[in-house]
Design a protein around this ligand. Structure first.
Ligand SMILES: NC(=O)c1ccc[n+]([C@@H]2O[C@H](COP(=O)([O-])OP(=O)(O)OC[C@H]3O[C@@H](n4cnc5c(N)ncnc54)[C@H](O)[C@@H]3O)[C@@H](O)[C@H]2O)c1
Length: 322
């Protein structure tokens, strides 16, 4: 059994990953600062079931502050899984500095801390956003991503580059995982599926940006977590590792089809409030997952309809009065 440090453990993906690692018998140190990007009470609820688990220890620490990062417990840790950060494309346009602090500065701090503690194994949460608007699909990891179209995208690409430098200088084994629109129970409230279902159940119109033809490679959270667990095993047992890996679903779904599927699963006819495309939004995300399949044996399994049903079951439990 291993000991892992999961940053961003109170967030959407981090809380699922932490549960999965604990259920497999590992020890997890979790770090989160309850960033106000969305309410603290949602994040506290995300970890309420594991907060008192005997093999879990929680540390409320901001990774953007190096004085606090010194308190991150690394002595026993086998692999750091760094998921903490500010997510989301549109808010990053309003607050680039906040994204630089929570993503770039925090990643640099955790790398410095790992170097000083002699720790060499890192799995990092990057994003499909780094691809911007590519002329070709599906997106492969060897494509040139030098033209990010949002601050969020450039902070994630910057982190991949800093990670490379630390791999080169200090022999750290690092996998950068590019997640593609993860959804499922506990999904962040700012993301489309959560937002749409909340609005539809409250009888309110849903804002649809553009003509509905934009597509996303929606990936169910259990599939993403399965990919992360495989990546952890890979860095833990190999050395000389630096790589970038898409963890997507390889099946883009248009916004119109997404809304149709939500309508079918929920039985609610949506009222659409059409809006112009937003700056920073990309037209499509579409992962080539062959590297993840070959290197990690990753194979996403969840169909969109099943994933949305699972989200709705969770939503109804959390928000019975909506
Ligand atoms: N959800 C997606 O579709 C998606 C897609 C691509 C990449 N990602 C990346 O995956 C990671 C997890 O995403 P998520 O959807 O679970 O987001 P989330 O916002 O639910 O979780 C991120 C967590 O990090 C914490 N955090 C933020 N800044 C911090 C700091 N300075 N110090 C300590 N903790 C801090 C937040 O409080 C939050 O709990 C993020 O890095 C995100 O950019 C997510």
């Amino acid at each position: 059994m291993s000991t892992y440090l999961v940053t961003g453990c109170a967030g959407f993906i981090g809380s699922h990953l932490t549960e999965k690692l604990l259920a497999s018998g590992h020890t997890v140190y979790g770090v989160d600062n309850f960033d106000p990007f969305y309410p603290r009470n949602i994040k506290e609820r995300n970890i309420s079931a594991i907060r008192n688990h005997p093999q879990f220890q929680f540390f409320e620490i901001s990774l953007s502050d190096y004085q606090m990062v010194r308190r991150v417990p690394l002595d026993e840790v086998d692999v750091v899984i760094h998921l903490a950060g500010k997510a989301g494309v549109r808010p990053s346009i309003q607050d680039p500095n906040g994204y630089i602090d929570a993503n770039i500065v925090a990643t640099q701090n955790i790398l410095n801390r790992m170097r000083d503690a002699g720790k060499k194994k890192l799995v990092f949460a990057s994003s499909s956003s780094v691809y911007g608007n590519m002329p070709e699909t599906p997106y492969r990891e060897d494509m040139d991503v030098s033209n990010p179209i949002s601050p969020y995208a450039f902070t994630k690409k910057a982190c991949e580059l800093i990670n490379y430098t630390f791999h080169h200088l200090y022999g750290m084994d690092i996998l950068n995982l590019r997640f593609f629109t993860v959804y499922g129970p506990r999904q962040r409230p700012d993301l489309a599926i959560h937002k749409f279902i909340h609005l539809m159940k409250s009888g309110r119109p849903i804002p649809v940006f553009g003509d509905g033809s934009t597509s996303r490679d929606y990936t169910f959270v259990a599939d993403t977590v399965d990919g992360i667990v495989r990546a952890i095993g890979y860095v833990e047992t190999n050395s000389g590792v630096y790589d970038i890996i898409n963890l997507g679903n390889n099946t883009p779904i248009s916004l119109n089809d997404l809304i149709g599927t939500i309508a079918k699963v929920s039985g609610i006819t949506p009222v659409i409030d059409r809006k112009p495309m937003q700056p920073g939004d990309v037209n499509i995300t579409f992962a080539d997952i062959s590297r993840a399949q070959n290197l990690l044996g990753y194979q996403p399994k969840t169909k969109l309809e099943d994933g949305i049903r699972s989200f709705m079951t969770w939503f109804d439990q959390q928000y019975p009065s909506v």
